[in-house]
Write a protein that binds this ligand. Structure first.
Ligand code: SF4
Length: 500
């Protein structure tokens, strides 16, 4: 098949997903800003540069989920001539008359997850992630050759009920059923508009065939805590065999990545069956990855409850990785969600286990103290507007955030969003008009916290950033402008008023 006729199956995404954001995790939040506030050229130059492209139009780095789907297709018997992970700026080299399927991986295609309230606060048009996604599904080559558009990934549920030209919404894990879905489409058989991929056993999560954005290496899937707003695909907890994880690390290092990020829903749960961490397995994994020689090692999500019961484990990980000597920091993406034990009991009854749910604020504070001592940077989410939440619940969250304000980190206040198929799936999401003065006070406090710590975070994150001095200087300038521009909203919200 000649390249100009296109590949049968093209995997890609828009530029907000196909960027490593200079390796600076906080820059990724620029994707939720509208173009009228953060013009396209600034967004591209200083926040979201595209991943490198190869001569054939393929992307050198791709999201981990897309790499898994690519590997699953190749394992299922499709050849390299059939399948390509395409760079969004070079689709003319990938899509042609022979292209029958374009698989798009996305975390937030309609901008419904990450800090959704920002759109309401600023009221200056759609965020970059939505605009770029819609531009991709309306790409002239897709209009011309009319391949089936299948959207998968963590944010694919956002497309349910949306009429944006997507043929199939793929929910759940891709390795299980996507190769078969492709076979049916290629044979002209019927495929439903919404597909539910089943969970694969951990040993069947394939080894990637190329490097991932951010050097992300998946170590497991699922979470047993079962929070009511969380995706059901989280429900079966599994961990990959050590050798497969190490192989994915090798693939990344060979593909040009130097920094490795081990990903699962709770790093401390690696190798354990229940709520007690298997400490020696976690440490063995960390030590084995370090032996492969990454420049830095990081982990994604952690459960605060697990950290709290295994504080010694966190200290040992710091030691093996060399935090403070080999690298400046490690990250901790955590879910605080609320400061109200009542709300926790209602919607997240297992969140604090094996700790006592009534001690949640103390558990959070103890963990922040530990993170600070060990140079781990917490990026925390809060969920505002969960069903049944009252002003006094919100005040408890505000008091908790207030008590953490001197610790460096980021605090993300997220409006409760209904995710399809969750336990709260039938409930209406939280919107601006539902917000109480206490909610705005809390959002204002989080904004103040983030602006206060941004400069230090920039300094620490620059260890892994690929940006040159000019970009760093520009980012410092943009920080200052953001300080000034957001100050008026911040003051209003801290008074308990809506930002506009
Ligand atoms: S602890 Fe996190 S990953 Fe686990 S169910 Fe709750 S929100 Fe989901």
């Amino acid at each position: 098949m000649s390249a100009s006729r296109g590949k049968k199956i093209v995997l890609t995404s828009d530029e907000t997903m196909m960027s490593s954001y200079y390796g600076g995790v906080m820059l990724g939040f620029a994707a939720i800003m509208p173009a009228s506030v953060l013009p396209d050229w600034i967004f591209r130059s200083f926040f979201c540069p595209p991943v490198p492209a190869r001569g054939d139009g393929s992307a050198q780095y791709a999201p981990c989920g897309m790499r898994k789907v690519e590997a699953a297709l190749l394992e299922a018997g499709y050849s390299r001539d059939d399948v390509m992970v395409a760079h969004p700026a070079h689709l003319e080299k990938a899509i042609g008359p022979d292209t029958k399927i374009v698989g798009i991986t996305h975390d937030d295609p309609m901008g419904k997850i990450a800090v959704r309230e920002l759109e309401d606060i600023i009221r200056r048009g759609p965020p970059h992630n939505r605009s770029k996604f819609l531009a991709l599904v309306n790409h002239p080559l897709l209009k011309k050759h009319k391949p089936r558009i299948v959207v998968g990934g963590n944010g694919s549920w956002e497309l349910i009920g949306e009429d944006v030209g997507v043929d199939h919404i793929y929910l759940g894990e891709g390795e299980s059923d996507f190769p078969e879905v492709c076979r049916k489409i290629l044979l002209g058989e019927t495929v439903p508009p919404v597909i539910r991929g089943t969970a694969v056993p951990a040993e069947r999560i394939p080894i990637n065939r190329g490097a991932t954005i951010g050097g992300i290496v998946e170590i497991g899937r699922g979470c047993w805590r079962g929070c009511a707003f969380c995706s059901p695909t989280m429900r079966t907890m599994r961990h990959r065999p050590m050798q497969n994880i190490l192989e994915d690390v090798r693939v990344n290092l060979a593909g040009g990545q130097r920094d490795i990020l081990l990903h699962c829903e709770d790093f401390f749960a690696y190798g354990s069956k229940g709520m007690h961490p298997a400490e020696e397995k976690v440490l063995e994994l960390v030590a084995n990855v370090m032996k492969l020689g990454p420049r830095t090692l990081d982990v994604s999500h952690l459960s605060l409850a697990a950290v709290h019961q295994s504080q010694g484990l966190l200290r040992k990980i710091s030691e093996v990785v060399g935090v403070g000597s080999n690298q400046k920091y490690m990250s901790a993406w955590i879910g605080i969600e609320t400061g109200s034990c009542r709300i926790l009991q209602m919607h997240m009854p297992r969140k604090a286990l094996p700790g006592d749910i009534g001690n949640w604020p103390e558990i959070v504070r103890d963990c922040y103290r530990l993170f600070d001592e060990e140079s781990w940077l917490p990026v925390a989410s809060l969920v505002l507007g969960l069903p049944g939440e009252t002003a006094s619940d919100v005040i408890k969250t505000t008091e908790l955030v207030e008590s953490l304000k001197d610790y460096t980190g980021l605090m993300l206040p997220l409006f409760f969003t209904t995710i399809a198929d969750t336990k709260l799936g039938g409930v209406r999401g939280f919107a601006k008009q539902d917000a109480l003065p206490e909610h705005w006070e809390l959002v204002g406090l989080c904004l103040e916290y983030n602006l206060r710590h941004l400069k230090k975070l920039h300094r620490l994150y620059s260890e892994r950033m690929t940006a040159g001095p000019a970009v760093h200087a520009a980012l410092t300038g943009i920080n200052l402008v953001a300080d000034i521009a957001l100050n008026k909203y911040l003051k209003r919200m801290k008074r308990g008023e809506a930002p506009n």
